[in-house]
Design a protein around this ligand. Structure first.
Ligand code: PMV
Length: 328
């Protein structure tokens, strides 16, 4: 029996990862930049056990079906291969989110799984190697190895595609991210399917690629200068451009719901009223607002006239992955 456990926090991209160059290795078309957050995390334990006859995956205490377990098994195969191991494993994953609002994240989940496997099998990985391993589970997971700001350098091979910490002089401790939970009745298109369709069919995709590396350079410069308005403006523009690509996909789609648009407009109004804040969105209708801690209360007051407080979750910058040795 080999056992290990890890906790990883989720991250939100300020410069988005959108599109794969290599689906099997999860090599991205572009580099990306994120902020790891404290409010959402996953704890995962793994037991490789000779008595098991198949992999089993529990999420929040519930045994998952074959399809849900397949992604986990594929990942486990990678580490089994490394160690020439043929044991099946039990994976037990617990998502810690402030409310059950569909905010479970593949970034924290797959990063925690990578950490747990590395601990269980004594893989003895550097942070870079752990980031590369997490990337194979879910692209954005490679950034959750690090706390604060992280950059995923796209690279051009398994060896060269990984995330690293961006030096920031702890500026992220002055920032907050406010999640606005938006309901939609629409069936989700996973980030995996959404980015594939966009890369394969969207005539706007080349425009995305042309702009994303300059955006990344500007975002890093803004972090260096601790220039909130600069970082916010780039974050918002980059997110909008990513979402723009989906409108030209065949068939077209969008992650926005009418309520997402209302929240985006509220953020613009808050800015016009003198409150610096900027939004970003991922492969779903929730809106995330980047704001300085010192303006968080004012922003919440501004939003309170339009939104119920239950729809808001506050997050601050979070730490990197923690490996948690367990009894073997
Ligand atoms: O890592 P995935 O497959 O969940 O993709 C994440 C894609 C976005 O959240 C939309 C952008 C990003 O960089 O996190």
């Amino acid at each position: 029996m080999y056992a290990g456990k890890a906790r990883a926090y989720t991250n939100i991209a300020l410069i988005k990862y959108w599109g794969k160059k290599n689906e099997q290795l999860i090599l991205p078309m572009n580099s990306s930049l994120s902020l790891t957050l404290d409010a959402f995390y996953t704890e995962t334990s793994v037991h490789f056990d000779e008595t098991l006859t198949e992999d089993i995956f529990f999420l929040d205490g519930k045994k998952q079906n074959t399809k849900q377990t397949e992604k986990i098994s594929n990942f486990l195969d990678l580490v089994r291969k490394r160690k020439n191991l043929s044991l099946f494993a039990k994976v037990d994953s617990q998502n810690f989110v402030p409310t059950a609002a569909g905010l479970a994240s593949s970034a924290s989940g797959l990063a925690a799984l990578a950490g747990a496997c590395s601990e269980a099998l004594d893989l003895d990985l550097t942070e870079t190697e752990l980031s590369r391993l997490a990337r194979r589970g879910s692209g954005s997971a490679c950034r959750s190895i690090f706390g604060g700001f992280a950059e995923w350098q796209k690279g051009d091979s398994d060896q060269t595609s990984f995330a690293q910490m961006i030096p920031s002089d702890n500026w992220e401790d002055e920032l907050a991210m406010l999640f606005v939970l938006v309901d939609d009745g629409v069936k989700d298109i996973s980030s995996r399917d959404g980015m594939k369709r966009t890369v394969d069919t969207s005539c706007f995709y080349s425009g995305w690629l042309e702009n994303v590396e300059p955006d990344l350079a500007a975002a890093k410069q803004a972090i260096k200068e601790k220039d909130f308005n600069k970082l916010g403006a780039i974050t918002e523009a980059n997110g909008l451009r990513m979402h723009g690509t989906t409108l030209a996909a065949v068939p077209p789609f969008t992650y926005w719901s009418p309520e997402s648009l209302q929240v985006m407009q509220l953020v613009r109004s808050a800015r016009q009223a003198g409150l610096p804040c900027y939004f970003t969105m991922d492969a779903g209708p929730n809106v995330k607002i980047l704001v300085e801690k010192k303006n968080l209360t004012a922003l919440k007051h501004f939003l309170a006239d339009h939104l119920s407080e239950q729809k808001l979750i506050t997050a601050y910058a979070g730490p990197g992955i923690t490996l948690m040795p367990i009894e073997r």
